[in-house]
Design a protein around this ligand. Structure first.
Ligand code: DMJ
Length: 462
């Protein structure tokens, strides 16, 4: 059955040819990305050891909540594995196994904790082989499960890790769906179907309430199932809901996900895609009427190109990539949000987000066109130039002035540096044939089914 699924999908996927020759300077760039990662890690180690994240300029660190969840080391570990950084892997491992405990009387945001920590631990387990990673992931996931005990099945946003008390009954599609890969992996790896089933039930409950356009809105009440925000888009709050329908199908072969993905894709292409003189963009529309309500696009929206490539729609992906690169280069590095009709900056900061680099990587692997490899290089160089400090990396408050913002999200290690590295890494390091990347770029592997991909060809395989 799975084989048929994959063969069907394979037909729809892009065909791709490898670059004729190895792009120049690959090895040197791989070394530079590793050096950037190590510099960031050293800043964490020196100033924030044992905390969630580092503030390199103030030479300190901070936690998200009252106590640490070791967000940076856990999120960073899968990248350390791909980069083959054995000595810092040992440092991170020591910290994680000596100090990481989830028995904490504090309320956490389920979605963020799942993609960064549960996802990071699962991937670390698969890449490293140490079962303690999986045990930690299971312990954490069990503490998060109470979020699903709601009248609709749509999960609450927050949960107390010790008491299981839940809070936050207004949520968004991303925080409902963007856990399915992680919970599904846990179900497969432990044999307990409950994680996947509860999460899928929430997704279906939300999807069944979609608007007349077939699109979902930006906010929903978990108790009543009423929408609190009917604006539909591909930005924060909705983005990875769609991503996980497609990737969930690829990883688990669940036909229900494919149906939801196919119909969502058609609606997105019809109502959100927006062709302007400035390029091809993904805008905002009302989920019931389909009426265009805003013309904004930003750093987070760029994830969509990964989905287009996995879907096999290289034509649309190439057009969107031109727009993404235009947004990136207008000020030398990308802002959080622009009005794409005027290219005016609406939110000026840059959080060292990965999505534009991720998009470029997917399009490069799908097409083999060296121009996308060059785009990847440009993006890495921008980070080197504008986000680097004396002994670390920081975000930017304003891409127009390049004023620095003294904090570094853990996804710099998990995602941004990983996608940069993959441009230049040897082919043996990573292949879409073997892995599906979660929303935090943690590689997940299907280890439970032989030949699970059938004849499916991923970027770089044809
Ligand atoms: C990451 O934590 C994840 O990619 C998430 O899905 C969206 N935002 C950040 C990166 O920008």
């Amino acid at each position: 059955m799975k084989k048929i699924v994959w063969m069907t999908l394979a037909v729809a996927l892009f065909s791709c040819s490898k670059p004729a020759a190895e792009p120049s300077g690959k090895e040197m760039y791989a070394g530079r990305v590793k050096a950037a990662f190590i510099k960031g890690w050293d800043a964490y180690k020196s100033y924030a050891y044992g905390k969630d994240a580092v503030n390199p300029m103030a030479k300190t660190g901070h936690n998200w909540y009252t106590e640490t969840l070791l967000m940076t080391p856990v999120d960073a570990y899968s990248t350390m594995c791909l980069m083959g950084l054995d000595s810092i892997k040992n440092e991170a491992k020591r910290l994680i196994f000596d100090d990481l405990s989830f028995d904490k009387d504090m309320k956490v945001q389920q979605f963020e904790i799942v993609i960064r920590i549960v996802g990071g631990l699962i991937s670390s387990y698969q890449l490293d082989g140490d079962k303690r990673f999986l045990d930690l992931a299971v312990d954490l996931a069990d503490r998060l499960m109470p979020v699903f005990d709601t009248p609709t099945g749509i999960p609450y946003r927050l949960v107390n890790l010790r008491t299981g008390e839940i809070e936050g009954n207004v949520t968004n599609p991303c925080e409902v769906g963007c856990m399915l890969l992680e919970y599904g992996m846990l179900s497969k790896l432990t044999g307990n179907p409950e994680y996947y089933e509860k999460c899928k039930r929430g997704i279906v409950a939300l999807y069944n309430r979609r608007g007349k356009t077939g699109l979902v809105g930006g906010g929903i009440n978990c108790d009543t199932g009423e929408w609190t925000d009917t604006q539909s888009h591909l930005g924060g709050g909705i983005d990875a809901f769609y991503e996980y329908l497609l990737k969930g199908y690829i990883l688990f072969g669940d036909e229900d996900l494919k149906k939801m993905w196919d119909s969502s894709l058609a609606s997105i292409n019809k109502y959100l895609a927006d062709e302007r003189s400035t390029g091809y963009w993904m805008g905002v529309a009302d989920m019931n009427t389909g009426k265009r309500t805003a013309t904004v696009f930003g750093a987070l929206h760029c994830f969509w190109n990964g989905c287009l490539v996995l879907e096999g729609d290289t034509a649309r992906a190439k057009r969107l990539q031109e727009s993404i690169f235009k947004m990136w280069t207008q000020h030398g590095i990308e802002p959080e949000l622009i009005d794409y009709t005027t290219m005016e900056v609406k939110m000026p900061y840059y959080m060292i987000r990965p999505e534009a680099i991720e998009a470029t990587y997917y399009v490069w692997k799908a097409t083999g066109d060296p121009k996308y490899y060059e785009m990847g290089k440009t993006m890495f160089e921008s980070i080197e130039r504008y986000c680097q400090t004396e002994d670390g990396y920081v975000q930017l408050k304003d891409v127009r002035t390049k004023e620095k913002w003294d904090t570094l999200e853990s996804f710099f290690f998990a995602e941004t540096m990983k996608y940069c590295y993959l441009f230049f890494a040897p082919d043996s390091v990573f292949s879409f044939k073997d892995y599906v990347l979660n929303s935090e770029a943690h590689p997940f592997r299907n280890t439970w089914e032989t030949g699970w991909r059938g004849d499916y060809k991923m970027p770089g395989e044809r």
